[in-house]
Design a protein around this ligand. Structure first.
Ligand SMILES: *[C@@H]1O[C@H](CO)[C@@H](O)[C@H](O)[C@H]1NC(C)=O
Ligand SMILES: *[C@@H]1O[C@H](CO)[C@@H](O)[C@H](O)[C@H]1NC(C)=O
Length: 357
């Protein structure tokens, strides 16, 4: 990578001291380059629906960017997690029977250089259907309270609550994916989850998890707060993998409902985690449960130490390094957990070894 680009890349990072440390380490390890490799091209199998793509009219009704037959995927993109976001993309394409019918909607900070990110993605995925949406993270910053782990306080972490506003109105359903996961199964199966007559979200849910522990005693001692769960049986779900009906979201104005809980949190600290609890407050008990195979989460360990974890029993369609430890960081530091080896094949970072050979 030429020097000005690298400097620019670091400049983009300057909002996040934590990220700078992480990426400088990466840059050094990779002999001062963040060049990503080009992924292979992926082709539809013969029985995929054919979607006409009108390139010069990206938001026209007939474009793949508006098609109900396409699988729409939303992923956030920032400098600290770009390797992760690219690994998500590669894993989705590689396991899809109709990879050319997938549209990626990348959400990035309004401060990021969109043309640089566009060029970076195009270099790795020259054939990808994608759009980049700048997210006005300043507007959500005022609503964010500090959580137990500083990385959870990043405004982009809250972008999932704003997808209905960010994506074009013609996109009615999207699969949201965190940047620290890989798919090992066809995303079309997940995207096709029936949402019933009125559910807004589908996600794996965990009714054995202690739901009480996601909120503080302040919350549980105030009926005007906890009675929000009256008439539903709330269960924990992880917001890193969600099928979202954006029409229903828009009609119900759920972004505002989430923001209202964030306002309350600002005043009385009703939970300790970041963007997750407001989702639980608004949706827990009313989501469509998805098979647990679609979110084998916790592979990053806990929120404090990032210990190695094993897979939960049962089949696996998606591996998720939620928690503090990220596979790219552990691989770079030469102390990977055993399961990090499953992430490594999707890493597009050009390694010094490859450059030298
Ligand atoms: C953004 O990135 C592009 C492409 O890498 C570069 O040409 C341009 O100078 C950058 N803009 C800013 C404001 O840094
Ligand atoms: C659930 O969590 C709460 C709060 O952290 C705790 O007081 C309670 O004992 C837990 N219940 C069970 C069954 O573990």
């Amino acid at each position: 990578m030429p020097k000005p680009q690298l400097l620019h890349f670091l400049h983009v990072l300057s909002f996040n001291v934590f990220a700078i440390a992480a990426v400088i380490a990466t840059v050094t390890a990779a002999t001062v380059t963040l060049q990503l490799k080009e992924a292979p091209q992926f082709y539809n199998s013969p029985d995929c629906p054919s979607i006409t793509n009108i390139e010069d009219d990206p938001n026209g009704e007939s474009s793949i960017f508006c098609s109900d037959q396409a699988v729409h995927v939303a992923v956030t993109l920032d400098s600290a997690y770009i390797r992760g976001s690219m690994a998500v993309t590669l894993s989705v394409l590689q396991h899809s029977s109709c990879p050319q019918n997938i549209v990626f909607h990348f959400v990035t900070s309004a401060a990021a250089n969109v043309s640089f990110l566009h060029a970076t993605i195009s270099a790795s995925f020259p054939y990808l259907n994608f759009q980049i949406y700048p997210f006005d993270d300043a507007s959500v910053s005022r609503l964010i309270s500090t959580s137990v782990r500083s990385a959870l306080d990043c405004p982009l972490n809250y972008a999932r609550s704003y997808l209905a506003n960010l994506l074009p109105l013609c996109v009615t359903r999207v699969v949201y994916l965190d940047s620290d996961l890989i798919l090992v199964d066809d995303i079309a199966k997940l995207a096709a989850t029936p949402l019933g007559d009125n559910s807004v979200l589908a996600a794996p849910q965990y009714c054995n998890a202690n739901f009480t522990s996601y909120f503080t005693t302040t919350f549980w001692s105030n009926p005007s707060l906890y009675l929000t769960f009256a008439n539903r049986k709330p269960c924990y779900f992880n917001t890193g993998v969600m099928v979202m009906d954006l029409d229903r979201w828009r009609n119900g104005d759920y972004t505002t409902k989430i923001e209202e809980w964030m306002e309350i949190q600002k005043q009385m600290r009703i939970y300790e985690l970041g963007s997750l609890p407001p989702f639980l407050l608004v949706f827990a008990g009313n989501i469509v449960p998805v098979d647990h195979r679609w979110n084998q989460h916790g592979l990053g360990g806990d929120n404090f130490r990032g210990l190695c974890r094993n897979l939960h029993p049962g089949p696996v369609s998606l591996l998720h390094w939620s928690g503090k430890g990220k596979p790219w960081a552990r691989l770079d530091a030469n102390r990977p957990c055993p399961l990090d080896a499953l992430w490594a094949p999707y890493d597009l970072l050009q390694t010094p070894f490859v450059l030298d050979s």
